[in-house]
Design a protein around this ligand. Structure first.
Ligand code: CO
Length: 215
């Protein structure tokens, strides 16, 4: 059996296993999705959203791209956020980066990466915003680790800039946005403890899209 064929074998076994535990499993799963979490993470094959969160199908709405970026002209991620907030009513939006991110590393190399240039340029912009802090870190590995963290925080800020999130939070009190970094060296998620309310208040001095100040 080839690795490709093995997938279908795995899939049949998985489906059978679910039915053994709960004969109604797929009947229930196929009705609708009501996930509380929207997860935006890196495409890296070593960071599977549901598995690291220990959550089954139906519990996480997922978007992944190279280096977990939230770019305001990316129709894809903006649609996911809009649908997640306005239709699925997610309570939490998580941006999860990971140490050792190839995208973050590639972004900082002095090389022409073709179509990846404009995508990864977002990370250079993050570096420029935080140049003083990052340049002060002499150890290169530590500097990349910190850039991974700062990149996640900046992408959270990009989410908080959206009208969908600002309006929903003003009216309904959710979603809140969280900054995480996954460490594949020990399998643990680090919560960077983003202060959502303070960040929102700060952002709205320039990016308010609700037309009503709040405190
Ligand atoms: Co990555």
């Amino acid at each position: 059996m080839t690795p490709y064929e093995k997938i279908f074998e795995n899939n049949r076994r998985w489906a059978e296993e679910q039915l053994r535990t709960d004969p109604e499993y797929f009947a229930k799963l196929s009705v609708e999705q009501r996930p509380d979490f929207l997860y935006i993470g890196c495409s890296d094959s070593r960071v599977p959203a549901n598995q690291i969160m220990g959550l089954p199908p139906g519990d996480v709405f997922v978007h992944r791209n190279i280096a977990n970026l939230v770019n305001n002209v990316d129709l894809n991620v903006m649609s996911v956020i809009s649908y997640g907030v306005q239709t699925l009513d997610v309570k939490h939006i998580i941006v999860c980066g990971h140490y050792g991110c190839g995208g973050v590393k590639a972004a900082m190399q002095p090389r022409d990466l073709g179509i990846l240039n404009p995508w990864l340029r977002n990370i250079r912009d993050v570096y420029r915003l935080h140049k003083a802090e990052l340049d002060a870190i002499k150890d290169e590995a530590q500097r990349y680790d910190r850039l991974v963290e700062i990149n996640v925080t900046e992408q959270c800020i990009n989410i908080i800039k959206t009208a969908a999130v600002q309006k929903s939070f003003l009216i309904r009190g959710f979603p809140t946005v969280h900054a995480w970094v996954f460490d594949m060296r020990n399998g643990l998620i680090k919560d960077l403890k983003l202060d959502f309310r303070a960040t929102l208040r700060n952002i709205q001095q320039v990016y308010d899209l609700t037309g009503s100040s709040w405190d």
